[in-house]
Design a protein around this ligand. Structure first.
Ligand SMILES: NC(=O)c1ccc[n+]([C@@H]2O[C@H](COP(=O)([O-])OP(=O)(O)OC[C@H]3O[C@@H](n4cnc5c(N)ncnc54)[C@H](OP(=O)(O)O)[C@@H]3O)[C@@H](O)[C@H]2O)c1
Length: 284
């Protein structure tokens, strides 16, 4: 059984490939990357695959039994066609199964909603493909907050527009574990799964970071409008708006959903402190 993973040069693709190697051996795993040299360190066969290039995927998916499609990074409308390039090439190559990494979130009501909508369109395309399919909807990664700790310390704490909203954070290694199970376990086909950990507030997140890093962060809530202005100034229009929309969604409860992680993984999701401590150990 040969399993291919797209965006192999990215952090999620890498986490899935590392877990798949443990499950089925490196000779059965193929990484597909827009920039193959950036994935060479993974120790598996790497094939070229830019989502904009259907021809790449016609070649990259030859002899593949199952493919995991990592959601693209482009603006929402472009992503739909990019993902279709992979789905159509999978059909052409008689790939039996396709698994897609989607996102938890509301399709309307926040600046993040256009991205959620594009993910939902790809979910529909996957379900209509005629292939055996499975879909994971990812929670928010905890890693970016942890990579930001020095800034949080400088600024005296965490400040965003999530308010008291709860968010089921996850981590790329936890997602890697879950997606490897979805890929190898036939019983997990034909469903959409929420893949997230226990839902916590921003104040609780600050407390967990304080415990792990001996910091003294506090949480301050700001309005959606102010937060968006600040993020756009810092990160530019597209990413700034997306980030503000994510926290707006958390405030509105979009990330406080029932998780299917335990059913998929056969074990509980790591709790937030465990994820933070594991991240810290890995960086040390
Ligand atoms: N749940 C969350 O909190 C969260 C946060 C951020 C993103 N996401 C989503 O999760 C996905 C994966 O995240 P990540 O952690 O792996 O991100 P990452 O480490 O930034 O990697 C992004 C990957 O996307 C690849 N890529 C970008 N454009 C591509 C294209 N046209 N064709 C093929 N590959 C392309 C990049 O390839 P190169 O190496 O060639 O650039 C890279 O491998 C993202 O794409 C995004 O949709 C989720």
């Amino acid at each position: 059984m040969k399993i291919a993973v797209t965006s192999a040069s990215g952090k999620l693709g890498e986490a899935i490939i590392k877990q798949l190697i443990k499950e089925i051996g490196k000779e059965n795993v193929i990484g597909i990357a827009r920039t193959p040299s950036k994935a060479a360190h993974l120790g598996v066969e790497i094939r070229e695959g830019d989502y904009n290039n259907r021809e790449h995927f016609n070649n990259a998916l030859q002899g593949v039994d199952a493919v995991l499609l990592v959601s693209g990074m482009d603006e929402p409308q472009k992503r739909i066609q990019q993902h279709r390039n992979v789905i159509e090439a999978a059909k052409q190559n008689n790939v039996k199964k396709i698994v897609y990494t989607s996102i938890i979130g509301d399709e309307t009501g926040t600046a993040f909603s256009p991205i959620v909508q594009s993910n939902r369109q790809t979910e529909k395309d996957i379900q209509a493909s005629g292939l055996v399919w499975a879909i994971g909807r990812n929670g928010i990664y905890i890693e970016p907050d942890l990579e930001y700790i020095d800034t949080y310390i400088k600024e005296g704490g965490i400040s965003n527009c999530a308010g008291d909203g709860k968010c089921g954070y996850t981590s790329r290694p936890e997602l890697g574990y879950a997606y490897a199970q979805i890929l190898v376990n036939e019983k997990l086909s034909g469903e959409v799964y929420n893949l997230a950990g226990e839902a916590i507030t921003q104040s609780e997140l600050a407390d967990f970071i304080n415990q792990a890093y001996q910091t003294n962060l506090t949480y301050t809530s700001v309005s959606v409008e102010d937060y968006k202005k600040e993020r756009v100034a810092a990160l530019g229009d597209f990413i700034g708006t997306v980030i503000a929309g994510i926290y707006e969604g958390i405030q509105k409860g979009a990330n406080n959903v029932k998780s299917d992680f335990t059913r998929v993984a056969g074990r509980a999701h790591q709790d937030p402190l465990e994820m933070i401590q594991n991240f810290k150990t890995e960086k040390a």
